[in-house]
Ligand binder design. Structure first.
Ligand code: PEP
Length: 250
């Protein structure tokens, strides 16, 4: 039985004060109520320290939105895994479609980031997903399979890995994949993992869905057999909505 995982990706939103306020409100509303579900929040880098202090003694995990694959050095504007670890991050997101779309991220650089994070003992949420054009051309499965295979290249152990299926056309657009559409892709991802790693790792791997998840559609999405929680963008910026989504998973 896989424990569901719901993570709020705050993207480039909220000042440090605003992020602290949101983290406090989520903590207060969740209280000790997180039982059946792992919960994380991913503020922007400048807010990690303060948000980390607020959730330090709770079960909420601190998540970073990206990391670099080098140890350290002359990489202006980048953040290393060791830096994130020193702030208490338990997870880092890699390969978000916005990074692929706007910052030149490829399956190869996603793989480098993922392997660097795992080698430092940090857990990773690796995002995959097709564009609208790819879906309409009927190549969703091919694209997603390629992202999974190349993103996980040379990764021997999936212990620290969570995948997030996020159809690009559903991110921030208000269009959600139907539970059945999402389930189909999740099942195909699990089949790819089974082919690469065998039965047990495939059964244990958690695959989140992301793309306009809201309190009104979360329960239905999370009830599908291969959907193990959600990566939540817009709705994670409101404590009430995020907590309602967490409760739909728990
Ligand atoms: C995301 O960016 O990971 C995401 C799923 O965004 P939204 O929920 O706003 O579609």
């Amino acid at each position: 039985m896989r424990k569901k995982i719901v993570v709020g990706n705050w993207k480039m939103n909220k000042t440090v004060a605003e992020a602290s306020e949101l983290a406090s409100a989520i903590l207060e509303q969740l209280g000790n109520g997180i039982v059946g579900c792992e919960v994380g929040i991913a503020p922007a880098f400048p807010s990690l320290t303060e948000v980390g202090k607020i959730i330090e003694w709770s079960d909420i995990r601190l998540v970073a939105q990206n990391c670099h694959y080098q140890e350290e050095g002359a990489y202006t504007g980048e953040v290393s895994v060791r830096m994130l670890e020193s702030l208490g991050c338990a997870y880092v997101i890699v390969g978000h479609s916005e990074r692929r779309q706007y910052f030149g991220e490829t399956n190869q650089t996603v793989n480098l980031r993922l392997r660097k994070a795992l080698s430092e003992g940090m857990q990773v949420i690796m995002c995959v997903g097709e564009t609208l054009e790819e879906r309409e051309s009927g190549i969703t499965e091919r694209i997603v399979t390629e992202q999974v295979r190349e993103g996980l290249k040379d990764v021997g152990d999936l212990g620290g890995v969570v995948l997030a299926y996020e159809p690009v056309w559903a991110i921030g657009t208000g269009k959600t994949a139907t539970p059945e559409e999402a389930q189909d892709v999740h099942a195909s991802i699990r089949a790819t993992i089974q082919d690469m790693y065998g039965d047990l790792p495939a059964q244990h791997l958690r695959i989140q869905y992301g793309g306009s998840v809201k309190p009104s559609n979360a329960a239905q999405l999370f009830s599908m057999p291969d959907i193990d929680g959600g990566l939540i963008g817009g709705a994670s910026l409101k404590a009430n909505d995020f907590v309602a989504i967490v409760k739909a998973a728990g």
